[in-house]
Design a binder for this molecule. Structure first.
Ligand SMILES: Cc1cc2nc3c(=O)[nH]c(=O)nc-3n(C[C@H](O)[C@H](O)[C@H](O)COP(=O)(O)OP(=O)(O)OC[C@H]3O[C@@H](n4cnc5c(N)ncnc54)[C@H](O)[C@@H]3O)c2cc1C
Length: 370
């Protein structure tokens, strides 16, 4: 089977690796360079904590396990520590923990003393703070995972061509033609589009529109200079999420600040200052920390929901994957998408076909809208 994979972000790399494992002859075509898209600006948290529906929880939960099974050196399986103080944060956290525990999601309530043992740099919290540890959650260094998957694909015979822009895909019962910007054509059995936020330029798929009011299409990611603050896992509160970013650097994000993220404008100095001001609320040794850089990152997302995966043409030759949880999903989708191209339809992906109706937890559910 010949397959052209378009895009060398985390999804293209994962799908290429999954396909070569099954013996497919794979060509990856990337317009710029590997990691040039959203994958190059990702927080890299592996988690099912942000699922927006029960089937999505099942998918992302399986994806967390797939990371553990892959066990790449980009994967840091140290868990995620979260805490809350005061209502309604405490109520939200406790409902979330109960719900996830009832679905066999690994979660432990921990005392303040245990939290301090786990993270000696933790800032002392006031009485009445509850902590939870999600021991199977993790973070990855996205560029390293991307490299790991591309190396596997190459070792399996995949050709990875960068600086090659695809302009059109034509499909029919016998296969597909992939038309390049320079006029060249690749003839293939199947095409998998992993073009992230550019998917709407190639395929007739409804994408999240950044012009829609309230569209959550971007976010700030800030990296500190090296700081003397020991940290080994993802920490999150309703004010800040932070994880180690190598060499003593910390990666920061605060979703409540993302409303002002505009990819057309440079990241504002004020947002960087606010992220830094929040850091000592979580970690000691971070007073006076500086930012090495702050970036405005853009999500890759379908118009509805967090992920869409499936065939988009009548002939069943052109498949697309669009996701805003690509780091979490990559190892699982590597296998599921490759399987679907070989005729093994995935029940896990069934609810997430392109154009499918939006699934959502009812309002007030533990992982759903408040
Ligand atoms: C602020 C932020 C934080 C995030 N945090 C997390 C997280 O903690 N955990 C998590 O799981 N996910 C997270 N994500 C989401 C995750 O990063 C993305 O889902 C993932 O990187 C998408 O990967 P992709 O391969 O689909 O797209 P991309 O990485 O964008 O790759 C698409 C590639 O296709 C190429 N391309 C596009 N059009 C063409 C064409 N016509 N021809 C050839 N090549 C083309 C592009 O150049 C690009 O390299 C975050 C995203 C953001 C913005």
């Amino acid at each position: 089977m010949r397959v052209v994979v378009i895009g060398a972000g985390i999804m293209g790399a994962a799908v290429a690796a999954g396909l070569t494992r099954r013996g497919a002859r794979v060509t990856v075509l990337e317009e710029r360079f590997a990691g040039a898209g959203t994958t190059g600006t990702s927080f890299g948290w592996v988690s099912a904590n942000h699922a927006d529906s029960e089937p999505y929880f099942t998918l992302t939960h399986a994806a967390v396990h797939a990371h553990h099974a892959l066990g790449s050196d980009a994967f840091v399986p140290t868990g995620h520590l979260v805490w809350a103080t005061g209502r309604p944060g405490l109520e939200d956290l406790n409902r979330r923990v109960d719900w996830l525990a009832s679905r066999d999601y690994a979660v432990e309530r921990v005392t303040a003393e245990r939290a301090a043992e786990l993270e000696p740099g933790l800032t002392r919290r006031p009485e009445g703070t509850d902590y939870a540890l999600f021991p199977e959650e993790a973070h990855v260094y996205p560029a390293r995972l991307l490299g790991r998957l591309l190396a596997e694909a190459r070792a399996g015979g995949a050709e990875v061509e960068t600086g090659v822009a695809v302009r059109e895909i034509r499909s029919g019962p016998a296969g597909a033609n992939v038309v390049l910007a320079d006029g060249g054509v690749h003839t293939t059995d199947f095409v998998v589009s992993c073009t992230g936020r550019w998917t709407g330029l190639l395929l007739d798929v409804a994408m999240l529109d950044p012009r829609m009011p309230g569209a959550d299409t971007g976010g700030f990611l800030a990296t500190t200079t090296p700081v003397p603050a020991p940290l080994s896992r993802v920490l999150s509160t309703d004010r800040l999420s932070v994880r180690p970013d190598g060499g003593g650097r910390l990666l920061l994000r605060a979703p409540d600040l993302d409303v002002s993220a505009d990819p057309a404008l440079p990241a504002s100095h004020r947002v960087g200052a606010e992220l830094l001001a929040r850091l000592p609320e979580l970690l000691t040794g971070t007073d006076g920390a500086h930012l090495e850089h702050i970036r405005v990152a853009q999500h890759a997302a379908p118009a509805h929901g967090r992920t869409a995966a499936g065939f988009v043409d009548e002939a069943g030759r052109v498949y697309t994957v669009i996701t805003r949880d690509g780091i979490t999903l990559a190892p699982l989708l590597a296998d599921l998408v490759a399987g679907e191209l070989h005729g093994a339809e995935s029940a896990l992906l069934g609810p997430f076909r392109p154009g499918a109706d939006l699934l959502a937890f009812p309002s007030g559910s533990p992982l759903g809208p408040g």
